[in-house]
Design a binder for this molecule. Structure first.
Ligand SMILES: *Cc1c(COP(=O)(O)O)cnc(C)c1O
Length: 389
């Protein structure tokens, strides 16, 4: 039986494992910055890539390689390169694949730091970005220019859980001669596999569900060997690579990814249903609810709704802050993908640094609250929120 025949939960536990001569059962953590050679000749062969093997941990490290191979198996990707964080995965993608004069078409409903990276940082180096509504295919098409090289989206989006049609946008990108990159952080390969739907690249912030317990930062870029070669080239040279310790934490986290994603989704659906009938709540955003405008697409594209629920309070910012400040159990933090439920006010935190106009365009109103539903009993989460409603 080859690894390819395994189910996702098996891959999440078994794929990529390499054992040393000691026969350790759990994956070894290689805390070493460099590797030694048997001879000068072997060193020369390694450096000239005539012989595969480790040289220096900015290039490769066996613990990091195990993480990369496991995530590649889960996403059905030929290749994965690990990065220091989700943001450095996006940066590596852009720096490896684009050059001055190239153009990006991106969803306007992206993680705040991604918007900042595209608008204010890579813009300085002559790569221009056009932002379009996540769900409006006609606008994705209309934004294409002769120099468009990359389409970039996140689905479900943060914090409004808008669903972009990956297969349809992949077809537009292909027609335009551009690559489609999908930030698959919210779903993980357990719920959604963008490469199967036609995407060329998958981005991860491993910081979130792959760890699952809010401990360390990391990221990854996945795709074909050919596309990943320049991305790896950038990382190996510039250095925002994953630490071996963090890779080891992710390997342990991924072993429970499937049962966690199912439990996060079940808790989130129960909470979303409850929020929907609270009189103080104007609107709930959750792909698993039939009231979600793209519920059908979401259920075709992803296996379950995921763990993120956002809702708008009728009382605006005051009501949102009051709700957050009234909680006793929920963690007030912008992180997500943790066993612990977190609550945040996007307009003044994750989306606080983007302009008010861009915030309105992204639909992030002052009354919006985002909950990343954890694995506590849903009755306890509800009770903690009921206090402030
Ligand atoms: C957190 C996050 C990122 C950035 O990841 P870091 O690991 O914090 O750098 C990118 N995209 C999405 C959707 C995220 O939630």
């Amino acid at each position: 039986m080859s690894e390819q025949d395994f189910q996702p939960e098996t891959l999440a536990i078994r794929a990529g494992t390499q054992r040393t001569e000691f026969g350790e059962h759990s994956e070894a953590l290689f805390l070493t910055s460099s590797f030694t050679f048997e001879s000068a000749a072997q060193a020369a062969r390694r450096f000239s890539e005539q012989e595969p093997g480790n040289i220096y941990a900015r290039f490769t490290n066996p613990t990091v390689t195990m993480f990369e191979d496991r995530l590649a198996a889960l996403e059905g990707a030929e290749k994965c390169v690990a990065t220091a964080s989700g943001m450095s995965a996006i940066l590596a993608c852009v720096m490896g694949l684009l050059k001055a004069g190239d153009h990006i078409v991106a969803s306007q409903s992206l993680f705040g730091a991604t918007v900042n990276l595209f608008s204010n940082i890579i813009g300085k180096f002559g790569v221009e970005t056009t932002f379009v509504p996540a769900t409006d295919l006609a606008q994705w098409q209309a934004a294409i220019k002769p120099n468009t090289r990359l389409f970039f989206l996140e689905t479900p989006s943060n914090p409004l859980t808008e669903i972009s049609d990956i297969a349809a946008i992949a077809a537009l990108a292909k027609n335009a001669g551009a690559w489609l990159a999908v930030d698959n952080c919210f779903c993980t390969p357990i719920l959604q596999r963008p490469l199967e739907l036609g995407a060329d690249l998958v981005i991860h912030s491993a910081t979130k569900y792959l760890d699952g317990q809010g401990r360390v930062l990391g990221g990854a870029v996945l795709g074909s060997k050919v596309l990943l070669a320049p991305v790896y080239g950038f990382l190996r040279t510039a250095g925002p690579t994953m630490s071996a310790f963090n890779a080891w934490v992710f390997l342990k986290g991924m072993e429970t990814l499937k049962i966690r994603m199912e439990a996060h989704s079940a808790n989130a659906l129960a909470l979303a249903r409850w929020l929907e009938v609270q009189p103080q709540v104007a609107r709930v955003f959750y792909p698993g609810l039939p009231s979600h405008p793209q519920h059908d697409l979401a259920m075709r594209q992803q296996k379950l709704g995921g763990g993120i629920v956002s809702f708008e309070l009728k009382g605006g910012k005051d009501a949102a802050w009051h709700l957050i400040d009234s909680t006793r159990m929920l963690s007030i933090t912008a992180n997500l993908g943790d066993t612990r439920t977190t609550i945040t006010h996007p307009a003044s935190t994750t989306h606080g640094r983007i302009s008010p106009e861009a915030r309105v365009a992204a639909g992030v109103s002052d009354g919006l609250v985002r909950i990343a539903v954890g694995l506590e009993a849903v009755a306890d989460i509800r009770a903690d929120l009921a206090r402030g409603l």
